[in-house]
Design a protein around this ligand. Structure first.
Ligand SMILES: *Cc1c(COP(=O)(O)O)cnc(C)c1O
Length: 424
């Protein structure tokens, strides 16, 4: 019997070997080594197309949140489908442009945009800055005046909504650092509308991540429409509404709404409240790439004990920090299942931290040398990796049916300190 895989349908067992599309994952581990990130091109495309079909017939911009997974091949696959991009740094803008993305479909989010980042984005001609504070608005206006350009902006509102997700990934509550305080938004809109080099396009919000209910989105959109209505009375007309990202995926037994259900509920609300003319911007990250990737890791040692059995693997918290950082549960399955008796293991890495664990209390039949796949590792996984313990980061492979493209080669140890030097 093959283990359950609550991931994308592009990952499945064929003849007792886990495959990504038409490629056997044990072969990839041999060919490229481990730890290894593996992404399915078709899973990414299917996830993007779910948003595209749900928004079909509406003026809309689907801006993939680059921070979830910024590999150039991922951006390339999405750019070819016509995606826009949600960025949070100048580095992400450079990645989007290097991958062939359209600057005029880029929205720039984040609380701390530097002057240099703002200038670069203005020169590139991005679609919109999602402004998060009064002083940021001033900075963008000044930069645009200096360049003799106009800056399109949207205000990111903090709607003070509880998205009922993990506190580390909740962003729409009053005590989060994100967005303009709800009570200050109208005043800031008036200021924006009066600024010489600012075009105020819209309002938006992003209330958190791994959200598994529709209700918080509806609450947030209602609060934003209240503001839009108030602005109309002051003759300030907006053109777009940005609903942010945040839709959850299934890691274990979560039941997040389908993209089609979430989007139709939101569109219905916009229509009911007279907002049919607005361009709808969405910023999905995790729900595009999360279940399109796995991390392959090899069992180095089995370390049985009185109270715990450990399976020590060659991937660690520096490669995949979600369990250590968010207590995230990620599914771990054998690439080639064995018919041995199962034991309960904690799956841990070689890094010298007790927080270096990838999974706890998993019943698995293991031998040293076995390859495990950690599912749901397409989002916030490689993107959050580090070189802690002088560990070179994994290679990344994109599968396209029968082809395995190496889209990032494994780092070498020499690269890790190539920019460092000893004292003269
Ligand atoms: C992180 C982020 C997103 C994407 O969130 P997901 O949960 O990955 O969909 C979208 N917009 C903004 C502003 C973000 O910070």
């Amino acid at each position: 019997m093959s283990p359950a895989l609550p991931a994308s349908e592009e990952f499945s067992y064929r003849n007792h070997r886990l495959h990504c599309e038409d490629v056997a994952l044990d072969e990839l581990a041999t060919r490229f080594g481990t730890p290894l990130y593996v992404y399915s091109r078709h899973a990414i495309e299917a996830a993007y197309n779910a948003y595209a079909s749900a928004l079909d017939g509406r003026p809309a911009l689907i801006c993939y949140a680059v921070k979830a997974n910024s590999n150039l091949a991922v951006l390339d696959v999405l750019a070819r489908l016509g995606a826009g991009f949600d960025i949070v740094s100048g580095g992400e803008l450079a990645r989007v442009l290097a991958a062939g993305g359209d600057a005029n479909k880029v929205v720039f989010s984040g609380v701390g945009k530097s002057e240099a980042e703002i200038v670069t984005a203005l020169k590139a001609g991005i679609a919109c800055f999602n402004v998060e504070s009064n002083s940021e608005l001033d900075r963008i206006d000044a930069a645009a005046q200096k360049l003799n350009l106009r800056a399109r902006v949207s205000l990111r509102v903090n709607p003070d909504i509880d998205a009922r997700t993990h506190p580390h990934i909740s962003t729409g509550l009053k005590n989060n650092k994100f967005g303009v305080a709800y009570a200050d938004t109208l005043a800031l809109c008036r200021r924006a509308a009066a600024k010489p080099a600012i075009d105020l396009l819209g309002l938006g919000c992003h209330i958190g991540s791994q959200i598994t209910e529709i209700a918080p989105y509806i609450e947030a959109v209602d609060r934003i429409i209240d503001l839009i209505d108030a602005l109309v009375r002051e003759k300030i007309e907006l053109r777009h509404i940005d609903l942010g990202g945040g839709l959850g995926i299934r890691y274990r037994d979560e039941l997040p709404p389908l993209v089609s259900d979430l989007v139709s509920a939101l569109l219905a609300r916009l229509d009911a409240r007279g907002q049919r003319d607005k361009t709808v911007v969405v910023e999905p990250g995790r729900s595009i790439v999360g279940n399109a990737g796995v991390l392959l890791t090899r069992v180095e040692y089995l370390k049985p004990g009185d109270s715990k059995n450990f399976a020590i693997v060659d991937a660690a918290m520096n490669d995949l920090i979600r369990p250590a950082m968010y207590d995230a549960w990620m599914n771990v399955v054998p690439v080639v299942p064995r018919s041995l008796e199962r034991r309960v293991y904690d799956i841990v890495g070689p890094v010298c931290e007790s927080a270096d664990w990838l999974a706890r209390d998993r019943a698995l039949a293991l031998e040293p040398g076995d390859i495990l796949a950690i599912a749901g590792a397409g989002a916030y996984s490689m993107a959050m990796s580090s070189n802690y313990n002088a560990r070179p980061r994994p290679a990344e492979v994109m599968i396209d049916r029968t082809h395995a493209h190496c889209v990032r080669s494994r780092e070498t140890v020499e690269e890790l300190f190539a920019t460092e030097s000893c004292l003269p």
